[in-house]
Design a protein around this ligand. Structure first.
Ligand SMILES: [Zn+2]
Length: 329
């Protein structure tokens, strides 16, 4: 069944000063770019409404095939990031937090520092971008530790994020790296609660001290964890369409973002990996209206949440909040 859409609501959403705080640059590869190197690449089946990946491996194999086919040099990262950021501006996005996979350094033989410089070079002047290095659970072997430690000294790197299959063990030194990152004034995020339950979310908060959780949707199963999340001001960067197509048991109709929002948890809306899910940010907001009954006021609150968690100075934040208030008064 095709996803519901409402052009008037979309236009309302497009005008709002929005954020995207959960985006993987490899997974954001525009299909047009992929078709430069693979002219016959079909539109992914996973873009179909109602599509469900069999499991994380199914998703990861496709993403690796697309994302790493293109992102083979700093120049390719530059072109991909530039097009992604231009699209953000077209959708009314003011602020983006995105990550690149440190695996390009370990497995792709690329220089991670050059990648991060190329991405920063691609940032247009009207968009605020905070770049993160994505660290794979166990994909960062001993060879990667010095690369990550070096990354903590790069001025342009906003922080680090732990991603990849949640059930893989994390490196024993992850907590040390996370502590060192905060000392170096880097922001720390971790993916959790997309597949594994509340215990893993709690572990990421307690053991490595993640300051924001990517997804975190299974936190909904544990009221005590929700209290902890709220008491510590932890936000969850949630990607509804990604979850509906990938997280076991989750659909747009039963997505727990409604329960999390109603429980008073600070949740934000993002896209995750648009090449894998065929979504853009307006699709994700719109889906919450059509399938989880978010009113316009509630959608505006989700936009506000994004502005509130953005890693910007207070003057900049206030400019955006004033703009949001003016548009929605
Ligand atoms: Zn993600």
């Amino acid at each position: 069944m095709p996803r519901k859409t409402d052009p008037e609501l979309r236009e309302f959403l497009r005008k709002l000063p929005k954020t995207e705080t959960h985006l993987h640059l490899e997974g954001g590869l525009p299909l047009e770019l992929l078709r430069e190197i693979r002219p016959d690449e079909p539109t992914p089946e996973s873009w179909t409404d109602g599509f469900k990946y069999r499991d994380f491996t199914h998703f990861e194999q496709e993403l690796l095939d697309w994302g790493f086919a293109w992102h083979t040099s700093p120049e390719q990262y530059y072109r991909s990031a530039k097009m992604q950021f231009e699209r953000h501006l077209e959708l009314g996005v003011k602020y983006v937090e995105c990550s690149f996979a440190s695996g390009v350094s370990e497995f792709g033989g690329l220089d991670a520092k050059e990648i991060h410089l190329a991405v920063l070079e691609a940032v247009p002047k009207d968009l605020e971008v905070r770049l993160f290095m994505g660290i794979h659970h166990s994909g960062c072997g001993p060879k990667m530790r010095p690369v990550i430690e070096d990354a903590l000294t790069w001025d342009g790197l906003a922080g680090i994020d732990l991603h990849g299959p949640e059930d893989l063990p994390i490196e024993p030194w992850t907590a040390e790296i996370y502590a060192a990152a905060r000392v170096a004034d880097k922001f720390t995020k971790a993916h959790a609660g997309e597949f594994l339950g509340p215990d893993f979310v709690r572990r990421m908060l307690v053991e490595i001290g993640a300051e924001r959780i990517q997804h975190g949707i299974r936190s909904v199963e544990d009221p005590m964890l929700l209290d902890q999340i709220k008491a510590n001001g932890i936000a969850l960067d949630i990607c509804p369409i990604s979850n509906a197509k990938l997280s076991p048991g989750v659909t747009l109709e039963n997505h727990p973002i409604r329960e999390l929002f109603d429980a008073g948890v600070k949740v934000t809306v993002s896209t995750d990996d648009p090449i894998s899910f065929g979504n853009n940010l307006l699709d994700d907001y719109e889906a919450l209206h059509h399938y989880r009954n978010f009113t316009r006021e509630e959608l505006v609150q989700l936009v506000r949440n994004g502005l509130e968690v953005a890693l910007v100075d207070e003057a900049k934040r206030q400019t955006w909040l004033d703009e949001l208030d003016a548009l929605t008064a």
